[in-house]
Design a protein around this ligand. Structure first.
Ligand SMILES: Cc1ncc(COP(=O)(O)O)c(C=O)c1O
Length: 474
């Protein structure tokens, strides 16, 4: 290989392998070694690699129209997708309003919702983007244009993308903000209260009170941005009671509540959108990753009053809502509309819960702290009772699992949570095989990682390991 012409080395690559092809929950590398894939291109493949219906839709569309810029002329895949997307979001919001969430929505429930008289009161509109970060950027613009306020409140440990405004929202300095100097705009961070961490609702509320006493007036704040389940942050759920508080706070102060479901959306938690688990609806919903089964696409969906009457030309982009990506997204809806998808997701989440609780009962490893997340969006937390967290443990697990044919993805502030992102459509025997490998690997963690010379502080707050701080992937 010519070493003068290369891909920049600014990427962190979790797995130093080169892939050639994939099928549902498996991928193969250039040595024809196969792997069970619990990474899914970082949460993009909730319905598997090369899902046949998605591939068929892509192939058909590629023969009809590969590109048109929606700012120049409309095309059918975009015009088919957007009403469908808005309808699913509206039906999901309705499920929240009527206390029916969380439950998977059947196509019948969506159709029934649309024919109900009150459905007419719910009007949503949206736009498509090329990526998650671009959805984040557009949501910030919309909130600014509508509220005429520039301040944004985000959460510790949150992740919203790598573009300059999005990076400013991330609740983590390294590697995302390091070396960038001062970032523009007024962004404030508060702790993320979760049943999966040690932050309480009261602590987050106290941080807000402090913010408005010391840093800025509440009238400067145009938006909150929050992940209902943090992705890169370690599959941690937002506290539902805090979410209710946040909703009421935003309503009281005219603040836009942006929920970033780029990772948690599209069935990842076992229901279409994770806000359904919180019992709270967003004003703007950000989508991406699994929306188009592997093709680059993102979306901002919001209430009509926010999404319409914006300055003409203020939203758009040459490639955003590309016809082939939209065709893939339309096929993704067909899969979500199939009841077996949700049965599979339920099976997956049951197996994960049973396996991890059995491993805990067997005292499989002193590092196995338990599961984070909800439904089918689960992380395995690696935290030793005495030694706390240690990113070397994650490195060991990733390397050993890969050698045995399983790809895993790290997450969490201290690189201490394995995020499990296999397709929801994973075959039961492949899932079992993957979990068997994971079990072996957890048993193989060397004892010396918990000895004093290698240990990290038990207190999460005082942990300051460079490897933990710099290795991340989004
Ligand atoms: C919650 C969340 N928001 C935003 C993004 C950014 O998406 P993209 O990488 O497509 O720009 C990610 C990516 O990991 C994400 O997980």
């Amino acid at each position: 290989m010519n070493t003068r012409y290369q891909v920049t080395n600014a990427f962190t690559m979790v797995h130093p392998i080169t892939l050639t092809h994939g099928k549902n929950a498996c991928v193969w590398d250039t040595n024809n070694k196969s792997y069970i894939d619990f990474v899914g291109g970082i949460g993009v493949l909730n319905f598997g690699h090369c899902q046949p219906k998605i591939v068929e839709a892509i192939t058909k569309q590629a023969q009809l129209l590969t590109h048109y810029a929606y700012n120049a002329a409309g095309h059918l895949p975009y015009q088919t997708l957007m009403p469908r997307l808005c309808q699913w979001v509206a039906a999901s919001m309705h499920a929240v309003n009527t206390n029916k969430a969380p439950a998977a929505l059947s196509p019948q429930a969506i159709a029934d919702f649309d024919s109900e008289p009150h459905a007419k009161a719910v009007a949503l509109s949206g736009m498509l983007t090329n990526s998650g970060a671009e959805a984040t950027e557009n949501a910030l613009k919309i909130a600014r244009l509508k509220t005429k306020r520039v301040g944004v409140i985000a959460f510790d440990g949150g992740f919203h993308g790598r573009t300059l405004a999005a990076v400013n929202l991330n609740g983590k300095v390294a590697p995302y903000k390091r070396g960038l100097g001062p970032l523009s705009s007024a962004v404030y961070h508060i702790p993320f209260p979760s049943p999966d961490n040690t932050v309480s609702d009261q602590q987050a509320m106290a941080a807000l009170t402090r913010l408005f006493e010391i840093e800025t007036d509440v009238d400067n704040i145009g938006a909150f941005i929050v992940e209902p389940i943090q992705g890169e942050g370690g599959f941690q759920r937002l506290s539902p009671s805090f979410a209710q508080y946040l909703r009421a706070f935003c309503d009281e102060h005219g603040i836009v509540l942006i929920m970033d479901e780029i990772q948690s959306g599209y069935g990842r938690t076992g229901v279409p959108f994770a806000f359904m688990h919180l019992g709270v609806n967003p004003d703007l919903l950000l989508l991406g990753k699994s929306i188009a089964g592997g093709l680059p696409l993102g979306a901002v969906i919001g209430t009509d009053d926010l999404m319409n009457d914006l300055p003409k030309g203020s939203l758009g982009g040459t490639y955003s809502g590309n016809p082939v990506a939209c065709a893939a997204a339309n096929a993704t809806f067909d899969i979500m509309a199939d009841a077996t998808t949700w049965e599979n997701a339920q099976h997956y989440s049951d197996v994960i819960e049973t396996s991890v609780s059995t491993w805990q009962a067997e005292n499989l490893s002193p590092w196995l702290h338990g599961l984070t997340g909800v439904g089918a969006m689960r992380g395995i937390e690696l935290r030793h009772k005495e030694a706390g967290t240690n990113p070397q443990v994650m490195t060991h697990i990733l390397t050993e699992a890969r050698a045995r044919g399983l790809l895993l993805m790290p997450s969490g502030k201290y690189r201490h949570i394995i995020r499990l992102l296999p397709p929801l459509t994973i075959e039961p025997e492949t899932l079992q095989h993957g979990l068997d490998i994971l079990k072996e690997v957890l048993q193989s963690i060397p004892k010396h990682f918990s000895q004093p010379t290698n240990t990290q502080p038990t207190s999460a707050e005082s942990n300051n390991n460079t490897a933990a701080k710099t290795l991340a992937a989004g």
